[in-house]
Design a binder for this molecule. Structure first.
Ligand SMILES: Nc1ncnc2c1ncn2[C@@H]1O[C@H](COP(=O)(O)OP(=O)(O)OP(=O)(O)O)[C@@H](O)[C@H]1O
Ligand SMILES: [Mg+2]
Length: 611
């Protein structure tokens, strides 16, 4: 790959002021497996005893949780169906090798401290939530052998809390809204049960017409950014490996014809950004009638003002799921779920369960958060370089710097580049090639600093991000949670530094968030909160983020509690009113002028006076 140079500086020299930092051990680029095709693990290892891999020894991580080759359940009918599906695909033309799909073998468990993870409280709310006991291991749940093998090959020994709860619920057929911390394995929590359910149900009878069939995905995953869609697609290829289920991706900025060609080879799971999907639907290049699963990753973002109309159009007007005999299953996942968004999400779901993992909308305690007071202006830019140099993570680790505008991203990239730092940038005005080049240079460690707008705030999983700097604090509290969540992934440690000033409208909530994550709260933050209280009050009224609703508690529970409290209050008010009325009546009676005692003449009975 050619070295990354900021687009506007191309043709100039690479930064000279600083020697290139020694980089971490370069990861071995995934290479094509050079074994003969028929020796490929997909066709040998899982299907016959000991075939395929030389030796197949017991230390092989692929078989660490039970050798699926010896269990004699490998020709399961369900997967046969997907392998044999007649939808115009050319078998074998589609499949990547094991190495291309999974890359090199990774550390088992990804370094997650599962004992710590297991202490995180999980709450399931909604009717019948107790009917889906969480699984404690992947094997206990009897996932399809191929799926279990794939999880094993990913290095997943044990499920994370969200996976424990979400997989049984989704396989059990329920709609699900799930709120769990950044980096806690939500992708697997929606992708695995989706594939497992597809394997159990087998392919639909969708392509029995003559001629070239239109791709008709059984599952649709929508994500807010191209980079996140690409990442989810890569993960889906791992989980679906050798199952016969085909995952494809479409997103803006890339060649439509290439995407169409790929989809034509078979599309069972479609990962998409909303704009490109709408385009495909309007060209009738995709038929959504057979879609059994609708999954919104970063669902609160997908349903906020920017995306909601597109998502609504896809769901309401694309004929989504219209040929299904059973209702479609819907899943929504995020690390934050503001109450207003949840209410809107309810429009798309039926009788859903809600999972909350950990404190409402909280951050992982593995991220050390530091706040610094910094006024906007030239001094702040200078401070950035200083703060970065003083806090730069060790070699081999990466840093993301978030700013609030595309122009600022260009400027900061420029400044840092000129100071000799190997930096790259990503934002919405860069074309797709530039975005991919920047991300590639960043991930490889070639340019270990990424300056980004919110386009990189959600979902991106780069395990060695060691530091996040919020040069500009985001406008909303939930965005802060997602941004700092680019570090401290999957139980790893990370650091986040935020430059805060009067513009930050959620100081009170921020202090609460810090306290909840056992972080130090700077004394000046309270002062800033007080100074901002007027603005803050009006800000809170506007809805998104910042307010007390920003996190992710099931609004139905909150409104249930509110309703109960309201009923209780009504009852009390009624009792009070009755008591007051009774007291008033009594008082009135007491106050009524008493008729003067009459003297009744002896022997004269006055009881019939009124008659
Ligand atoms: N059971 C597991 N065992 C080991 N590693 C896991 C497990 N589940 C997920 N991971 C790893 O954890 C990392 C984070 O997963 P993922 O990106 O799905 O998190 P997320 O909850 O979606 O985060 P975000 O809110 O930022 O989108 C990934 O590198 C993934 O491979
Ligand atoms: Mg995610």
């Amino acid at each position: 790959m050619a070295p990354y140079v900021p687009p506007h500086m191309r043709g100039g020299a690479a930064p000279a002021a600083e020697e290139k930092k020694p980089q971490r051990e370069p990861e071995r680029a995934p290479q094509r497996d050079d074994r003969p095709a028929n020796d490929d693990v997909r066709y040998s290892a899982p299907k016959s005893n000991g075939g395929g891999y030389s030796g197949g020894n017991n230390d092989d991580i692929r078989y660490a949780s039970g050798d699926i080759r010896s269990e004699g359940r490998l020709d399961s009918k369900s997967t046969k169906g997907w392998h044999a599906r007649q939808d115009g695909r050319r078998p074998g033309m589609n499949d990547l090798s094991e190495l291309d799909t999974f890359g090199e073998k990774k550390e088992r468990g990804g370094g997650i401290d599962f004992d710590q993870y297991d202490k995180i409280p999980v709450e399931v709310t909604g009717e019948g939530g107790d009917q889906y006991p969480p699984m404690s291991t992947f094997s206990e749940f009897k996932l399809a052998d191929e799926l279990r093998w794939n999880l094993n090959r990913c290095g997943y020994d044990r499920p994370t809390p969200i996976q424990k709860y979400a997989i049984p619920i989704v396989v059990g057929g329920r709609d699900l809204m799930a709120c769990a911390q950044t980096g806690s394995g939500k992708t697997c929590a929606f992708m695995v049960p989706c594939i497992e359910s597809l394997l159990r149900s087998g392919p639909p009878n969708s392509n029995n017409s003559r001629g070239r069939p239109v791709p008709s995905p059984c599952a649709l995953v929508l994500a807010p950014t191209r980079e996140l869609a690409l990442q989810i697609h890569e993960e889906s290829l791992k989980f679906a490996y050798n199952t016969g289920v085909q995952s494809k991706i479409i997103y803006g900025g890339a060649d439509i014809r290439d995407q169409l060609r790929e989809m034509g080879k078979g599309t069972d799971i479609l990962v998409a950004t909303p704009g490109r999907l709408t385009d495909f639907i309007s060209r009738e290049s995709v038929d959504m009638a057979w879609t059994q699963f609708l999954i919104l990753d970063e669902a609160d973002r997908m349903l906020d003002m920017g995306f909601e109309p597109q998502v609504r159009e896809i769901v309401m007007r694309s004929g989504l799921s219209r040929k299904l005999e059973h209702p479609r299953q819907n899943m929504m996942f995020s690390a934050t779920f503001a109450g207003a968004v949840q209410k809107m999400a309810g429009d798309f779901m039926i009788d859903y369960l809600f999972i909350t993992v950990g404190r409402v909308g909280s951050c992982s305690e593995t991220i050390t958060q530091t706040l610094l007071y910094a006024q906007d202006g030239v001094g702040k830019t200078r401070a950035l370089e200083k703060v970065y140099r003083e806090n730069a993570p060790p070699d081999g680790f990466l840093t993301v710097i978030f700013v609030d505008t595309k122009r600022k991203a260009d400027e900061i990239e420029d400044d840092l580049w000129k100071s000799g730092l190997r930096v790259c940038a990503i934002h919405g005005d860069r074309d797709q090639t530039q975005r991919e080049q920047a991300l590639e240079a960043f991930k490889s460690g070639e340019n270990p600093i990424l300056v980004a707008t919110d386009v990189a705030a959600r979902g991106l999983d780069i395990s060695n991000v060691g530091l996040v700097i919020n040069f500009d604090m985001p406008k909303h509290m939930d965005d802060y949670v997602h941004r700092i969540g680019r570090t401290g992934r999957a139980g790893k440690r990370g650091a986040a530094i935020g430059f805060v000033n009067e513009k930050c409208r959620y100081c009170t909530e921020l202090a609460e968030l810090l306290r909840g994550a056992n972080q130090e709260v700077p004394g000046w933050l309270g002062q800033l909160a007080k100074e901002n209280s007027d603005n803050y009050a009006s800000f809170k009224g506007k809805g998104k983020g910042g307010g007390p609703n920003f996190g992710g508690k099931d609004v139905r529970e909150t409104s249930k509690a509110a309703k109960a409290a309201e009923e209780e209050q009504k009852k009390k008010d009624e009792e009070k009113k009755q008591a007051e009325e009774a007291a008033a009546k009594k008082k009135k009676e007491n106050e009524r002028p008493k008729s003067p005692p009459r003297e009744v003449p002896d022997g004269w009975d006055d009881s019939d006076d009124d008659a």
